[in-house]
Design a protein around this ligand. Structure first.
Ligand code: URA
Length: 262
């Protein structure tokens, strides 16, 4: 390869890197063997480890705290005018399991933490009494970070504007498994219009992270007869976490998107 070709490839790759910095999920670049050899020779690897250090747990926790501050200052939609405060998350930022709900309600808006009202008590019971875990060991967040007035459903535009925060949040926590609670979480994460009834019962993939859908605790409060099905969903999550079950996807599984978050 001539030095002009090498130069051209470096220019192209630099352009590609700039383009991909707008798409932080696409992290791999295909280099020609010549350029790879050139870059490897030019930038010696650190003695023990990769050239670029992987972010530490502390870095991710700090990045989540910074993201929470961005969310607290967010004015992208009208909900900023009616919220008391934003509701970012609760629990362990290094959790293996993340629950994603819909949006804060009145209690959450007042207290500033997700799932602290009646539905939250049921979620806590599922975690503590059912899964035998501590609530502070899982991570809990919502699709929307602000309360919709009168507890109305989140609007499509609100979900669209808030989704980048959720994507980043899940990227930073990077759990082993995600449990989507109800239709808004499931359809936002999986980019589908299918019902919770259709989506539950299978493993899905969210940027490579296994995802299970179950009913929202508020729905279970209204329809306690569906609790048995929700418990089945939760047991799949538990078996996955203990290694007794693989997150094998069936023909009914959805995958969003197919590249990895990390
Ligand atoms: N319902 C949700 O979806 N999230 C909360 O935080 C509370 C109730």
């Amino acid at each position: 390869m001539s030095s002009a070709d090498l130069y051209n490839e470096i220019v192209q790759m630099t352009r590609e890197l700039v383009r991909r910095s707008a798409h932080p999920r696409r992290k791999t670049l295909m280099l020609s063997p010549e350029l790879a050899a050139f870059v490897t020779a030019a930038v010696p690897a650190a003695p023990d480890g990769p050239m670029v250090a992987a972010p530490s747990r502390e870095d991710n926790a700090e990045a989540l705290a910074a993201l929470a501050r961005d969310v607290a200052a967010c004015t992208k939609c009208e909900l900023c005018k009616t919220r008391t405060q934003t509701v970012f998350s609760d629990g362990n930022p290094h959790a293996d399991l993340v629950f994603v709900g819909e949006a804060p309600g009145a209690d959450e808006d007042r207290i500033g933490r997700p799932f602290v009202g009646r539905a939250g008590q049921l979620l806590t019971d599922i975690i503590v009494k059912g899964m035998k875990m501590r609530r502070q060991d899982v991570y809990i967040c919502n699709v929307l970070k602000c309360r919709p007035p009168e507890n109305r459903d989140p609007l499509p535009e609100e979900k669209r504007l808030c989704e980048p925060y959720l994507i980043r949040q899940l990227e930073l926590v990077h759990p082993k498994v995600i449990c989507a609670l109800g239709a808004h979480a499931a359809t936002t994460l999986l980019r589908t219009d299918l019902s919770t009834g259709r989506l539950r019962g299978h493993w899905h993939s969210y940027y490579g992270i296994p995802l299970r859908v179950t009913y929202h605790p508020s729905y279970l409060l209204r329809k306690p007869e569906e609790k048995k099905k929700a418990w089945e969903d939760i047991q799949h999550v538990m078996r996955f976490l203990t290694g007794e079950e693989k997150a094998e996807r069936s023909s009914a599984s959805l995958s969003v998107p197919d590249d990895s978050l990390a």
